[in-house]
Write a protein that binds this ligand. Structure first.
Ligand code: ADP
Ligand code: ASP
Ligand code: MG
Length: 814
């Protein structure tokens, strides 16, 4: 004997029903088969809706009924040959008339009791099973149909009836003994109480019907046929990479379903587990797939966590009070009050001080629970020994399930780490002493992200997704996107890293695509984007709430720098090529660093100093390992170095500056470079990173430019440079005559910093510096005389982009 249960999607239409019949016929070749059927997919919802509309006095209930009738009539037409169709049609018609009569009464009375609702819902399973019966009959497949209301006896708790197993088992046996057949066909979900009134077993309850039949008949196996290839490592609607679990224990399956894995109705396990009946979950639309076998002792595989599931729409009930310890029978009274209201308790946590206890329940039960608990403890609340019950709404539970978790240390650590890095705040945690389950309570809005993060952490160890938002597509931005495009395959293949640019913006437009933009066609996609509004972009980044999110600023905009705080506060990492934030008021810089620490999000800006050279990273490494910076001496302007290396009096100074700008070595506004401001910003940032709270005004900047050069706009600036050619010529000639070279040098020592032009001789470390190179000399306690030298190209879109790229990887912790 085998029991096969088919869910709503498996009988949703004629094609699916034919598939079901193939599966049944194959099984019936070897064994007697009991087939338990759900209503056609969506019909139970439609029936409930019709009832509720009728109750509300809304005539639209008739449309719902017509839709229900039409679904079934269409199926009859597609399944039953014309010659025998009329009997089937009239059966469906008759059921629908009955249904209509009930709904009409509900409409007239304006009342839909739980009892009437059960009656209404029963039509779904009754009609689907009759449809399949007619189809089997038309194919000449011998079988017996029986109404489950005659077989499954329950109490009268409408909507969630409890089974009387003694009577049920007896009735099932008696029926089968009296009616021999190779195939039995029964409607799932429905039953009857002692007076014969229709009851139902809870939404999704056809699975349970299957288990009731299997247990009564001591079946060889129970098969639950659905639309996915088994119980999966996570809800496939939330996690794209979820995969079927081939073997799982009853306990684990029970935990997963109890914590939200909809594929199996939680009470289903109990009856089959008691008798050790193997339970298979199989896919009607891919019957050859292995599916999931739920059994006593599944073989161990390398996954420590068997699956992850979640329940949304929860409320936490928090009961607190200093007098809690002294209240006799406290727990008993609390849970008694909840049980009295039939509130299903999903999770309990109690702090070790026993001053508070928190209980998670479905949001629909919360108000009832509060009235009951406050009522139970009214006296203690009056005496101020307890606070009135406090409710916290909008919560969800995410649960890790696996029996071998108890043998592996560090699972909770990994869970906390993965969620923490992604800004998922854990409200409460519960870990049963059996350690089959670790449950966390989080905000409902974070569920999708949390499950994906955990799935990645426990099932895709070698696979990680990084979601990047790039603002700015100028020289550096373009190069960055190009490098990302080139590296995407390598990262996926070699590092199992899926790097996706999810958002892209310039000063005019922005596009978002949660699945990742195509980096070969981004210019067109951006051109089709929405008008750029920074606040909207930030809002959408928060709303998308993607894991491992990194915001990359490759602009020079103060406005964009202004949004870092909002991002970091939501644990979105920020990578800035833009120097504005770190060189503005010290308080801003310090606040951003503080937020990064507090919300566990990286804030990285290596390219603010020395483009792609590892200057800030090295400084941080020195400091972290206990070294102390005594002095920094540096040439930090690729632009100025380029200019002074190329200027030899033969070509006008202005022309050399122009060349630097044309070749992309200057800031968008070259005056920032030439005035020394950019260098001052860089030494300021280094000083701050070294731990000194300097402001921009503290940096002494001795400009080599005549004042008039900085008075007008960029065009005037070039004119003034040309007009003062003799000034630049003189600087050059004097240095050359002394055998020296001109360098724009930044210095930091003893908490003070200065920048200015200097002529350096051949014995100086800064003398041999080619092209647009930068050099930084760190004199520290460990490098007192011979400094630690970092030298190389300090400007250019390519090297800057690769510095940003490296920061992005660090920010995502890969
Ligand atoms: P049926 O109508 O066959 O009873 P259900 O809709 O009740 O099917 O359950 C199957 C659905 O459960 C799947 O389509 C899937 O979207 C959802 N589901 C949620 N969590 C899981 C999980 N862990 N494994 C498999 N399916 C899951
Ligand atoms: N048809 C019922 C429901 O939708 C029972 C089931 O499908 O399991 O809840
Ligand atoms: Mg189901």
């Amino acid at each position: 004997m085998q029991v096969l249960k088919f869910g709503g999607t498996s009988v949703a239409n004629a094609a699916a029903i034919n598939q079901v019949i193939d599966i049944v016929a194959t099984a019936a070749r070897h064994d007697t088969v009991v087939v338990v059927l759900s209503a056609l997919g969506g019909i139970t919802d439609a029936l409930i809706e019709a009832g509720q509309l009728a109750e509300a006095g809304n005539e639209a209930y008739q449309d719902r009924l017509r839709h229900i009738e039409q679904r079934h009539l269409t199926a009859v037409q597609e399944l039953i040959p014309v010659a025998t169709r009329s009997a089937a049609l009239s059966q469906i018609k008759q059921r629908c008339n009955e249904l209509e009569a009930i709904c009409d009464s509900v409409f007239a009375l304006g009342e839909l009791s739980a009892r009437t609702l059960d009656r209404l819902m029963s039509f779904g399973e009754l009609m689907s099973s009759q449809l399949v019966t007619e189809r089997l009959r038309s194919l000449g497949i011998a079988h017996a149909w029986q109404d489950s209301r005659q077989l499954i006896r329950t109490n009268s708790r409408f909507g969630f009836a409890e089974v009387d197993f003694d009577t049920t088992n007896q009735q099932i046996h008696d029926f089968l003994a009296a009616t021999p057949a190779p195939i039995y066909l029964v409607p799932g979900f429905i039953a009857a109480d002692a007076s014969g009134t229709t009851t139902t077993l809870g939404r999704g309850g056809s699975d349970y019907s299957g288990a009731i039949y299997a247990a009564a008949l001591r079946a060889r196996r129970l098969e639950i046929w659905t639309d996915v290839s088994g119980m999966m490592t996570a809800d496939p609607r939330l996690v794209r990479h979820a995969r079927p679990i081939p073997h799982i224990s009853y306990q684990e399956a029970m935990e997963l379903s109890h914590f939200g894995a909809k594929v199996l109705y939680p009470p289903t396990i109990q009856p089959v587990m008691h008798q050790g009946i193997p339970l298979w979950i199989k896919n009607t639309f891919a019957p050859a797939d292995h599916g999931t076998l739920v059994e006593v002792a599944p073989p161990q595989n390398h996954d420590v966590v068997r699956g992850i599931s979640s329940i949304s729409n929860l409320t936490m009930l928090n009961l607190e009070g200093s007098g809690m310890i002294g209240i006799p029978g406290f727990s008993k009274r609390l849970f008694g009050a909840l049980a009295g209201e039939r509130v299903n308790v999903i999770l309990i946590t109690q702090s070790s001080s026993e001053h508070s206890i928190s209980v998670a329940v479905g949001a629909a039960d919360a108000a009832r629970a509060k009235t009951a608990v406050d009522g139970e403890f009214a006296h203690e609340i009056d005496m101020r020994r307890l606070e009135p019950l406090r409710l916290e709404t909008g919560l969800a539970i995410v649960a890790l399930v696996g029996e071998s978790m108890k043998n592996h240390p560090g699972i909770s650590g990994r869970l906390f780490g993965a969620l923490g890095h992604n800004g998922v705040n854990i409200r409460a945690i519960a870990q049963g002493s059996s350690e089959k389950n670790i449950s966390t309570v989080i905000q409902a809005a974070d569920v999708k992200k949390a499950i994906n993060v955990l799935h990645e952490a426990f099932f895709e160890v070698e696979y990680k997704q990084v979601n990047v938002f790039v603002v700015g597509v100028g020289n550096v931005g373009r190069k960055l996107l190009e490098q990302l495009r080139q590296q995407q395959h390598y990262l996926l293949d070699k590092l199992q890293l899926q790097l996706r640019v999810v958002g892209l913006a310039n000063s005019r437009q922005f596009v978002l695509d949660p699945n990742g933009l195509d980096l070969t066609t981004w210019p067109e996609e951006l051109a089709r984007g929405e008008a750029f509004r920074l606040d909207q972009l930030v809002e959408q980044i928060h709303a998308l709430n993607l894991r491992n999110s990194v915001f990359v600023d490759v602009t020079a905009s103060a406005e964009v720098a202004g949004c870092y705080a909002a991002l970091l506060a939501k644990s979105v990492a920020v990578v800035a090529c833009n120097k504005v934030a770190c060189s503005s008021a010290y308080s801003t810089y310090a606040r951003l660093k503080g937020l990064a620490r507090e919300f566990n999000a990286n804030f990285l800006f290596e390219t603010n100093v020395g483009a792609g050279l590892p200057v800030i990273g090295t400084l941080n490494d020195l400091l972290r390992s206990g070294d102390v910076v005594q002095r920094i001496e540096a040439v930090l302007s690729g632009t100025l170095n380029f200019v002074f290396n190329h200027y030899d009096g033969r070509r006008p100074f202005a022309e050399v500056v122009r060349q630097a700008q044309d070749e992309g070595y200057t800031e968008p506004d070259p005056r920032l470079d030439l005035s020394g401001t950019d260098v001052a910003r860089k030494i300021l940032i280094l000083a701050r990173e070294a731990g000194v709270a300097l402001e921009m005004t503290d940096i002494q900047n001795t400009s080599f430019l005549p004042a008039s050069c900085l008075e007008g706009d960029v065009a005037a600036f070039y004119e003034q440079l040309a007009a003062h050619e003799s000034h630049f010529r003189q600087l050059y000639d004097e240095a050359t005559a002394a055998g020296k070279k001109l360098r724009f040098v930044a210095r930091y020592a003893g908490g003070q910093a200065a920048v200015g032009l200097q002529a350096v001789g051949p014995d100086h470390d800064l003398y041999t510096l080619k092209g647009k190179d930068n050099v930084v000399l760190f004199y520290t306690n460990r490098y007192p005389e011979q400094p630690l030298v970092i030298k190389g190209a300090g400007a250019g879109a390519d090297v800057t982009a690769s510095g940003v790229f490296a920061d992005m990887m660090r920010a995502a912790r890969v």
